[in-house]
Design a protein around this ligand. Structure first.
Ligand SMILES: C[S@@+](CC[C@H](N)C(=O)[O-])C[C@H]1O[C@@H](n2cnc3c(N)ncnc32)[C@H](O)[C@@H]1O
Length: 218
């Protein structure tokens, strides 16, 4: 796992991942996540500077945003969002009880496989509501190991969650000629309509909405 100092250093620059400019991702996230969070209490894991808290989670009844980086959390607090409060905390220790929805958008993969497993075991014990997971589904690259579609579905199932729905967020421009063509096509004005139909091999990020299956492992 990367440490709080690693992430604080990364936040030496504001918006280090350029997330405020990821408008296609955010539109697609809003479409799939919005109906599940509007009017509900949300725990937003890895909230960073509060960009999604202020946009995708704006209509939640309440949001608790947590992040391991105190630099990011101070910036989120400075937004002064009336429906949200922010805390410095770690996925591995934060309390998971009492929320309608828990969301992990682009953050769970910073944990090792064993840490993700420990987190999901605790999630299964402590959370009865919706769990949202959004991440790259490109397998591994030079930076880290992400996920595949079947890997995510099986990982959630192992911990007693079944996927209700999923949505492609954007095209993967490094996926050979097909990926570059798909990415170029999705820059066209009408392209939002095409993204949901891209096959897994041409997709970069996908968002999954899950909930506890009726019979969960003990
Ligand atoms: C790529 S950013 C995503 C920010 C936001 N969720 C979004 O998608 O716009 C990942 C965030 O996860 C946070 N993070 C990583 N590991 C963490 C951990 N173990 N506990 C809490 N936050 C963590 C990082 O500090 C960073 O702010």
């Amino acid at each position: 796992m990367r440490t709080s100092s690693d992430f604080d250093a990364h936040y030496g620059t504001k918006d280090p991942w350029g997330l405020k400019h990821a408008s296609r991702r955010d539109r697609a996230l809003g479409e799939i996540i919005g109906p599940h969070v509007d009017g509900h209490s949300v725990l937003e894991l890895g909230c960073g500077e509060g960009h999604l808290t202020a946009t995708i989670f704006a209509k939640a009844r309440s949001v608790t945003g947590i992040d391991i980086s105190s630099v990011a959390v101070s910036r989120a607090q400075a937004l002064g969002l009336p429906h949200a409060h922010f805390e410095v905390s770690d996925f591995l220790t934060v309390g998971l009880r009492g929320y309608d929805v828990i969301a992990a958008v682009e953050c769970l993969y910073y944990l090792s496989a064993a840490e993700q497993d420990a987190f999901l075991q605790r999630l299964a014990r402590e959370h009865d509501g919706i769990f949202i997971l959004s991440a790259p589904i490109i397998g591994a690259n030079e930076h880290r190991t992400y996920y595949t579609h079947s890997g995510i579905v099986q990982m959630l199932a192992r911990h007693g969650f079944s996927v209700l729905e999923w949505r492609n967020l954007n095209a993967y421009w490094k996926a050979g000629i097909g990926g570059a063509a798909a990415a170029a096509m999705t820059r066209l004005p009408f392209a939002d309509a095409l993204v949901p139909y891209l096959p897994e091999a041409l997709v970069y990020q996908r968002c999954y909405v899950s909930r506890p299956a009726k019979s969960r492992p003990a």
